[in-house]
Design a binder for this molecule. Structure first.
Ligand SMILES: C[S@@+](CC[C@H](N)C(=O)[O-])C[C@H]1O[C@@H](n2cnc3c(N)ncnc32)[C@H](O)[C@@H]1O
Length: 395
């Protein structure tokens, strides 16, 4: 592909990503993969170059742009060399007109910037939320030690604050490693590992992982429990939950059982779990503001209404979770968001609604206290952004 054709490809892809963000369609990564699957003529260098242009433009534009071309013109202001590729050639974009509309640069839509500021996420933190995410893995302590895996992977760096975490060079093809196929490691952000550690789950305990999804944190919990005890992994999403048994088998985890929940019938379906769990782990659905490094277009999807709906769902799930915790047990609440509405505010509301419950500040070696919990951010901790709180049920 010529440089002009690459710019045109990026513009077309951005158009699709903008439409999908508006209509709650597929994620940017999926759209990019589909686009190239239909265009086999594009080589690996073309793919990399187009992808880079697309993500640079997404990161640059805080508000959802009017069009892919407007987004790319905003990028031209930052990277003037790209202007030459608007050459009107057969596969390239038309020349730039003097007064063409250009998207505005920024970290997020205005209403969201206000929310971030109100949550003490200043401009440097906002910029870091849009940086490039590192590649972290969790060594599965059921099958290997971190030292063993570190010695096998050139460039792997152990992280001081997460005992099973290694940071790998960006271009490591983790899914092609024999150690990955053998279940010795999983790709998992070190922040994700830390919030799981904060649950303090121990061997022999009964844990309910109420929003288990595909089981990323279920497997980490099982490893911390030395695969002893029991984990009930629940979710309302059949597709995600279905992935868990195979992943568990690969990781040598035998203590996890799955249960598919029906929205709004969860309480009835969890009746047998009433007041039984030592730990109920709630990795709640959230806005994902802490994971913009991986999905920067997520900020174009969010709206006031969507955030309000998420906050209501989180509250509903916390209420369900509270009934499953045994006296003296813990409800561990996690979101990959840095917004107080979903983090500190949510826990304050819970403590108000459930008298006698008390928050313990988890001390996993990173993060800073935020309200009754702990917050991790990309700038301060070099992890994804997370909020975690450990709330104890009275005896
Ligand atoms: C942040 S994701 C969980 C990720 C997962 N714990 C992991 O580590 O891979 C949140 C999950 O909550 C689930 N969810 C949404 N509403 C729910 C509900 N009412 N009850 C249980 N799970 C729910 C979603 O399907 C989604 O899989």
């Amino acid at each position: 592909m010529t440089p002009a054709a690459r710019t045109q490809a990026a513009i077309e892809l951005l158009d699709r990503i903008i439409a999908a963000a508006r209509d709650q369609g597929a994620a940017a990564d999926t759209l990019i993969a589909r686009w190239f699957a239909e265009r086999r003529y594009a080589g690996s260098k073309d793919r990399r170059a187009v992808r880079e242009l697309v993500y640079d433009a997404i990161r640059l534009c805080g508000e959802r742009p009017e069009s892919g071309r407007a987004a790319m013109l905003a990028l031209v202001k930052q990277q003037p060399d790209i202007a030459d590729t608007f050459d009107g050639s057969p596969y390239g974009p038309a020349s730039i007109a003097p007064d063409e509309a250009t998207a505005t640069a920024g970290h997020a839509p205005g209403w969201l910037i206000k929310k971030l500021r109100a949550s003490d996420i200043g401009i440097d933190e906002q910029a870091a939320l849009l940086g490039r995410a590192p590649l972290d893995i969790r060594v599965n302590r059921l099958k290997a030690t971190r030292d063993e895996i570190e010695s096998e992977l050139p460039g792997a760096e152990p992280l001081a604050f997460a005992p099973d975490a290694l940071r790998l060079p960006h271009d490591t093809k983790v899914d092609q490693l024999p150690a990955h196929a053998a279940g010795l490691l999983e790709v998992q952000d070190s922040g994700s590992q830390l919030v799981t550690l904060a649950a303090g789950a121990r061997a022999g305990q009964h844990v309910v992982d109420l929003c288990a999804g595909g089981g990323g944190k279920t497997l980490a919990l099982a490893a911390l429990m030395a695969n002893q005890g029991s984990i009930l992994a629940c979710d309302i999403d059949r597709g995600r939950l279905q992935r868990l048994p195979d992943r568990a088998a690969r990781a040598g985890v035998t203590i996890a059982e799955t249960r598919l929940l029906n929205p709004n019938r969860e309480a009835e379906q969890l009746g047998d779990q009433e007041a039984r769990a030592d730990v109920v782990f709630v990795d709640a659905p959230c806005s994902g503001t802490g994971t913009w490094r991986r999905n920067p277009e997520a900020r174009w999807r969010l709206s006031h209404q969507r955030l309000d709906k998420l906050v209501a769902t989180q509250r509903h799930i916390m209420g369900l979770a509270a009934h499953l915790v045994r006296p003296g047990g813990a409800l561990v609440y996690v979101v990959c968001s840095v917004l107080d509405d979903e983090g500190a505010g949510q826990v304050a509301a819970f403590l108000n609604a459930f008298p006698g419950w008390t928050a313990e500040t988890p001390a996993p070696g990173a993060g800073r206290p935020r309200g009754a919990g702990l917050r991790l951010t990309p700038l301060a901790d070099s992890t994804d952004g997370f909020f975690v709180a450990k709330i104890m049920r009275p005896w």
